[in-house]
Design a protein around this ligand. Sequence first.
Ligand code: FE2
Length: 281
Amino acid sequence: MGVGADDLDAWSIFATDLLGLQAVRPNADLLHLRMDGRVYRIAVERGRPGALHYLGLEVASPRELAELASALRARGIEVTEESTELCAMRHVSSMISVLDPCGNRLEFFVGHDEATAPFVSPTGATFVTGDMGLGHAVLLVDDAKAFLDFYVDLLGFRLSDILTPVPGIDAYFLHCNPRHHTIAAAAMPGMTPSLQHIMLQVDSIDTVGRAYDKAQRDGIRMGMSLGKHTNDHMISFYCHAPSGLEIEYGCNGRRIDEATWVVGHYTSGSMWGHHRPSVPA
Ligand code: FE2
């Protein structure tokens, strides 16, 4: 994925020292963050702070990418075959792009480069990626039906469950691999579409706990305290990256077994914790 920021140096320090990501700086306007063997998973680009520049979705083969392009075009979606120059910048072998109903840019690609240098986390973190990608992204959308028509009916994401924290707001959690959700959306008419948060998963509660301590010690702006989610069972906390992007950092998320999964409904997002910081009156 690619996100915007105005202070890439601050982002780099936050990403490495707190999150345990490995920073690579291809140029002054671009920060690549590694989580595993891939050349990068998150690109922080100079731009509007917190803006979603693109979500990258990996397709299994060139043939399936071509079939996806045909299926999208058949439904009247404008599909762009991206240039070799942009593919080289993204470190992929081929790529198409579309805009979702909210105008979010989605890049479907095949062949994401593996780095030759090993991934080394500055904090000793091990990220849970592999067959589940970098984590998840939660969007704010103004039209639930348009979101579900596009992501479920057209792209083939499957509904994991629905959360109704308060009457009138529904959040839809979608999966495309064993991760409980890769993309989710909180829908409310009149909402300004945006990226609400992203989630990175590590393999140890100790890594989460140490990051939580450090965030509080360093006065990082918190989004929500340590807690456990009802639906994906993630034990996590939320904090704000420089430039405003909210990041959920967690562990122990459960995997979906497609053969037995039953769509659930929740009225609370958390079993415990996940309290928002009290705002002074
Ligand atoms: Fe999340």
